[in-house]
Design a protein around this ligand. Sequence first.
Ligand SMILES: Nc1ncnc2c1ncn2[C@@H]1O[C@H](COP(=O)(O)OP(=O)(O)OP(=O)(O)O)[C@@H](O)[C@H]1O
Ligand SMILES: [Mg+2]
Length: 227
Amino acid sequence: MSIFTIDEVRKTFTNGEVKEEILKGVNLSLQEGEVTALTGASGSGKSTLLTIAAGLQSASDGQVIFEGENLTAMKPEHVRKIRAGKFGFVFQFAHLVTFLTVEEQLLLMLDVSGSKLNKQERKREIDKMLKLVEMDHRKTAYPTSLSGGEKQRVAIARAIIHQPKILFADEPTASLDSKRSKDVMALIRDLTRKLNIAALVVTHDEEMLSFADKIIKMSDGQIVQKI
Ligand SMILES: Nc1ncnc2c1ncn2[C@@H]1O[C@H](COP(=O)(O)OP(=O)(O)OP(=O)(O)O)[C@@H](O)[C@H]1O
Ligand SMILES: [Mg+2]
C-alpha cells in the first residue's frame, strides 16, 4: 500500500470573473524508500500540486491521503501537526536562519516538530544527521560562511532531522551549478533509501531525473506521463 496518495485533485483559481482550473484531476502515489520526480514546463502546476500535497494550500476537489487519513477533510490544526511532525521540506534556496549555527538550525527543527528527545539524544541525532550529509565538520558555522551546496546540505539535514515520512522538495537544485546539483540529488536519493522516506521532488532539470525511481510529467494541470 502507498503511504501517500493523491486522488483526483483539482485546483481552481478565480481571477475576477475568470475561473481557471490549474489542476485538472491529478492522481499519483508515493512509496517509501523512493524518489518520485515531478517535472514539466513552467506553469504546468508542479508547485501547486506539491503545496496541496503538503497541506500548505487546500484542493478545490479530490483527496490527499496520508497514512490512511484524508488531509483535505482535516481541521487545519491537525494538518499543521502532521506537517510539522511527519513532513520535511526543501526549497530552491536553503532559507537557513542567519543568526543560528548549523547545529542550531537542526535543534530548532526538532523543537518545531515537537520532538520528545532529551538534550543528549538531540545532540546525538544532530551529530548523526550532519555526518550523513557530510557537514559535521561545520556544525558551529553560521550560514554566511557556507557555500550554496553546503547550505542546501544543511537544509536537507534540517528537513529530515525529525524523521519525517514524506520529503517534499520544490526545485532543490535550481540555485546550484551542475556538479552541486547532482551531489544534492544523489544525497536526497541516498537518504530517501536509507531512512525509508517517500520523496516528491519537483525539478525541471532533465539531468536530475536520473536520480529518481519514478518520473511524473505534468502539462497544463494534468499528468501526461508516468515512468
Ligand atoms: N494563487 C494563485 N492564484 C492564481 N493563479 C495561480 C496561483 N498560484 C498559481 N497560479 C497559476 O497556476 C499555474 C501553475 O503554477 P505553478 O506555480 O504550480 O507552476 P509550476 O509548474 O510550479 O511552474 P514553475 O516551473 O515556473 O515553478 C500558473 O499559471 C500560475 O500562474
Ligand atoms: Mg514551481
